[in-house]
Design a binder for this molecule. Sequence first.
Ligand code: ASP
Length: 588
Amino acid sequence: MYRTHDCGQLGIEQVGETVTLAGWVQTVRKFGSITFVDLRDRYGISQLFFNESLNTQLDATPLGREFVLQAKGKVVERSNKNPKLPTGDIEIEVQEFSILNAAATPPFTIEEYTDGGDELRMKYRYLDLRRSPLKKNLELRYRVNRSVRNYLDTKGFWDIETPFLIKSTPEGARDFVVPSRMNEGQFYALPQSPQTFKQLLMVSGYDRYYQIVKCFRDEDLRADRQPEFTQVDCEMSFVEQEDILQTFEGLFKHVFKDIKGVDIQEAFPRMTFDDAMWHYGNDKPDIRFEMKIQNLKPEGKVFCDALNDIDFKVTNEAESILAIVVKGASEYTRKQLDEMTEWVKRPQIGMTGLLYFKNNTDGSYKSSVDKFFTEEKQQALAAFCNAEKGDLILVLAGKETRTRKAMSELRLEMGERLGFRNPDDYKPLWVIDFPLFEYAEEENRWVARHHPFTSPRPDQVELMNTPERYGEIKANAYDIVLNGTEIGGGSIRIFQRDLQEKMFAALGMSKEEAQEKFGFLLGAFDYGAPPHGGIAFGFDRLCSLLGGQETIRDFIAFPKNNAGRDVMLDAPSSIDQKQLDELGLFMK
Ligand code: ASP
C-alpha cells in the first residue's frame, strides 16, 4: 500500500497515529540536522519533519523539488501552526521514507504563484497543472460538468454522441478538414458543432438530447478563443421559444446555486436585440450597472434639441452622437478627463475625441465645448440625459457604427473604473429577436446571422417571400448573456423542407448546391420532422466566468496558444512523405 491517507486529509484528530503519505516534494527547508518538506498531492499539502539527529537514516539531503516521495511517520501537533493550510495544525514526524522517483529541477516553481512565463508553462503543462490555481479550475470544471448533467438528467435529456468525422456544418467559421486515405482526394470536416446531427436526432424522435462535446472552428484566434472548444449542446422537440428559455434558465439557476451558492429567484430579464444595441451599443449587454447610452443624435436624426442651432462642426456633421451619464463624477479632474480622451483615441476604439459636460454640484455647468454650448444648452442637454447635479456626461460623435461600438466600450470602461463589474455579481439575461440575416458587403449577399437552420419568428415567415425585406426579418433565436459575455445561443429551427429550401436560396445557394451540401437534412424533413429547437453553451467560458477569471485557457487541461499551437506536443507539425503518399497529397 503506497499510502494510508492523502496530503490534504490529516488534522488534529489524527495526532498520535502512524500514517504513510505519498506525493511530490514541493519545498525542502533544511536547518542543520532538521529538515521540513512540504509534500503535495491533488488533495493538499502536508508538512513532513525529518530529524536526522534522532536517526541518521533521516537525512533529507537527497530530496529535490518534485521528487516523488513516500514517507511513514507519526502525526504530531505543530508548535508553530499555519492557519493558511488545512493541514496546518499538524506535521508528520518521519520515521522512514523512500524516494519513488527522482525529478529533474523543474523549469519554474510549482507553487501557488509561479515565476514561469506563459509559453514555458504551456510547454510543461503537466507541471503547471500540479499548481493549485489550475487544479482548482479543473475541479470547478468537473463540478460544473456534473451539475449540468445532473440537471439535464432530471429533465429527461439523453446524452447521445455524434461523429467527429463529418461533412461541413456551417456555423460561420472555416472547417478543419481531415483527408481520407480510403477515399483518396476526399476530406472529412470536423464539426463546428453537432448542429445537423442533433436536428436529425429530433427527426428520429429522441425528443431531448444533450452532449458536452468538442467543437472545432478554424478561426483567426481572437484573444480568448480556442480552435477546439467545448459546448453543452442541447435540442428539444415539440417546443416553442418559451419552453427553451424556461428549461435553460432552470439549468443556469441550478448551476449558479450548485457551484456558487447564488440563488437567483427572479426570471432572467429579456431584451430585444434592437434594445440592446440602442441602450448598450452591443448585443451582449453588461447589466450589472445602468449607465445606458443616451441617443442624442442616432443615425443622423437629432433627438436632443440642445444640439440644434449650434455653430459646432463636430456635432453638426456627426452621423451619430451618443452620451453616457457617469453618476457623481462631475469632480473628475482635467487629468482624468484627458486620460479618458486618450483612451477613446486608442486605435482599438478609434474615436477622434471625447466631449464632456459637467453638472457641478453647485448647479453650474462646465464642458469641454463651452465656446459652443451656452449654459442653457448645457442645461438642456443634461435634462435630456436625465443627468443630475454632480454627474458627468461623456459624449462621442462620429460615424454611427463606430460611435456606437466605441460608446459601448467606453461604458464598460467607466463601469470597470467605478467598480461596477464585480465578477461575483451574476446578472444573466436573454437577448431575443435577432435579425435573421446580415448583409455581407464583400460577398454581396445575405448571410445567416446565427446559422441557416434558424427559423424566422413565426409572425414573419411570410417575409421570406420578399427578398427586399430580408433585412427586416427577426429570427426565432436567443442568446444567453452573462455579465457582458455571450455564453450561449440557439434558435427554434426550420423543420419544413420548403422553408429550409427558401432559406438556402435566400443565402444565395442554388438548388443543386443545397442538395449537394444538405440533401441529407432536406431528405430527413420529408419523413416527418417534428417542430424543434435548441441551444448550445460555451462550456469553457461558463467555467471561467464561474471561476471569476478572464481567460478560458486556464480552465482547459491542455489548451492551444494564441497561434493555435500545442506547444507541449509541438503540433501542428509536418507529416512524413509516406503518410502524404498514402493520402494522395502533394505539398506545394
Ligand atoms: N449550433 C449552434 C452554435 O454552435 C447552437 C444552436 O443553435 O443550438 O452556435
